[in-house]
Design a binder for this molecule. Sequence first.
Ligand SMILES: [Zn+2]
Length: 390
Amino acid sequence: MTRDEIRELAAFQADETKGACALSFYFQPDPPQDRSHRREAIVAKDIIKQALKNAAASGKNGSLHADLDRVLDLATNLRGNARATAVFACSAKKFWREFELPPHIGGTHIYLQSRFQLKPLAALLGAQPALCVVMVDRQRARFFDLRLDVLRENGAIVHMLPRSASSYGYNGYEAGHAERRVAEEALQHFKAVSERLRANLEKGTWERLIVGCHDVNWPEFESHFHPYVKQRLIGRFSADVASVSNEEIRDHAGALLKQWIPEQASTKASEALEFAKGNGRGVAGLRRVLQALEGGEVQTIFLTENYSARAVECPHCGHLDAHLIASCVACGHRTRELTDVCDAIIPIAIRRNIELFYLKDHGGLDRAGNIAALLRFRSDQTTGQVAAAS
Ligand SMILES: [Zn+2]
């Protein structure tokens, strides 16, 4: 799933005046040990059949019925699927998109709204950094990116040793000389790999880093990291570059990422709340977050897991207001009420590349109105200072 595909979903709007509806369907597979029971596939079919009944009862037959039928077909064939599936459909606009997702999307659901329901997707994607995984030993390095459980290799460095240590002979001075020579080659190699990492970070190829290498090589390799690169390191796992499989790389890196995301979310949320009290680099509460969002200042949004709030939206200028006012303060148009302001916030966050973190247990965020944001500019300045000082 690419950023452009997600943006397309975020921009979609069904024509409600013609009774059209945007259908979003999420299928969460059973855990591996239960797969033979196909519980979730049965749940999925029940949910869709219920939606079909409701549609018939409310007289919404036509195009919605066609979409539901097609989703039901798909659900019928979801036997033992290991991956989660998401479908976004609106046959009135001949729109149908189907995606495979990592297997933790928080349940099987169907939504029929004027926009696609992107919360499960946002929870999954919003906090996913552009992740580089580098596998390194004393003469090789393989570079990968990992996105939504999909691992892609994109480059390698191989330092061919001109002569192996053994060819120098085994005794006395010669052997010692050969060892030093090999150590020198390894040092140059680690420097070259670190340099490639720094260059790619500056190009924007990646935002966060995970390293796989032998324990014995780690201290030396790490010692060549540029401070920039060091700041971006999520973690390291132990592996042998020559024999490790792509699945193993994906699993190790995925496990580190899964642990890192909530830790990162919690730390940054606390930071935002602290800033909100002091110097203005953070804001808390819906009203302030909406203002900052409108001002283009928001870098990261934090929401408690089940956050939902009513708000109004101006269909003319897009202004969002936490106060349920009848006419827009910006342009005077009649507003319309949103039962959940997240339905408007999430597409904006996706379109503007704003990080989105859902937090499970964060006392501070609960007390601050369940929504907060970290603002831009300052973190970039800090990075700039580090660069200038180094
Ligand atoms: Zn307006």
